[in-house]
Write a protein that binds this ligand. Structure first.
Ligand code: BTN
Length: 255
């Protein structure tokens, strides 16, 4: 925690050169009662996972593969808001450390020029309608080059180094992400979700646009109006019906 300017976030760190998944390790630590703000970080994940149990490509030394344990005393329904809090922290960290301007694609993608640079995975351990812990997983492609990505990711993924044209210190990025996240977490606990929501909407690409939201039960096409105070996406379809979507993959119709 050299140079880390936080009150508690990242004061307990588990670092491993290679791990199956920092998310899995953080779940175990949380279950065993680790302090709030514990982070797990690795140089490489051998079975990193994304949303909807997709694999997450996490090669050695080129990225930030990190999971963070928080313990807010809140109802479990508020857990999805943490993806949005983390997204704001990540976007601002990339802006300040790298001078790039990322955008957020609801719910959990951070994009630069339409390609994914970071994914966020928020998971929950709850006990009798109370949050026991929230595990926020952040996967950021930092110093990967075009040739480091497998063929199927080349068109949809990017890295900080590709966009900036030079490599960037992962330590500085991690430090900034943790400082921002702690700050917005405290604002959220004191003032609620609306200050975060305003910031988030300022970075969101999908708001005001026509989108297709693919959910497990089907697709909804319409205009993305914004998010609710719970972090739920509101979509207005062509019959002006409003849909509230909790989880989906967002696509933009090609026109
Ligand atoms: C997504 O976009 O689907 C979310 C990707 C989350 C990846 C991170 S990397 C650190 C942590 N450990 C994991 O196995 N997954 C998350």
């Amino acid at each position: 925690r050299y140079g880390l300017n936080t009150k508690f976030l990242g004061h307990t760190i588990y670092y491993q050169e290679s791990i199956d998944s920092t998310q899995k390790k953080a779940h175990h630590l949380a279950y065993d009662g680790c302090p709030e703000g514990t982070i797990v970080i690795a140089e490489e994940q051998t079975s990193g996972r994304g949303r909807l149990t997709r694999p997450w490509h996490s090669p050695k030394f080129t990225g930030i593969w990190m999971s963070i344990v928080l313990r807010p005393k809140l109802p479990p329904q508020q857990a999805p808001q943490f993806t949005l809090i983390a997204a704001v922290a990540v976007v601002q960290a990339i802006e300040e450390v790298c001078g790039l301007n990322p955008e957020i694609k609801w719910p959990n993608d951070i994009l630069i020029k339409g390609r994914k640079v970071t994914g966020i995975l928020t998971e929950l351990q709850a006990e009798s309608d109370k949050i026991n812990s929230i595990i926020i997983g952040i996967g950021m492609n930092v110093n990967a080059e075009e040739s480091d990505f497998p063929e199927e990711l080349k068109k949809i993924a990017t890295s900080i180094a590709i966009e900036k044209g030079q490599s960037v210190s992962r330590a500085r990025l991690i430090q900034k992400i943790l400082e921002k996240l702690e700050n917005y977490y405290q604002i959220y606990l004191e003032k609620g979700f609306s200050p975060i929501k305003w910031l988030w909407e300022g970075y969101a690409v999908s708001i005001g646009k026509n989108i297709i939201a693919r959910t497990i039960t089907g697709s909804i096409e319409g205009k993305a109006l914004g998010i609710t105070d719970e972090g739920v996406l509101r979509i207005q379809d062509e019959n002006d019906k409003i849909h509230e979507v909790y989880s989906a993959d967002i696509e933009f119709p090609d026109n």
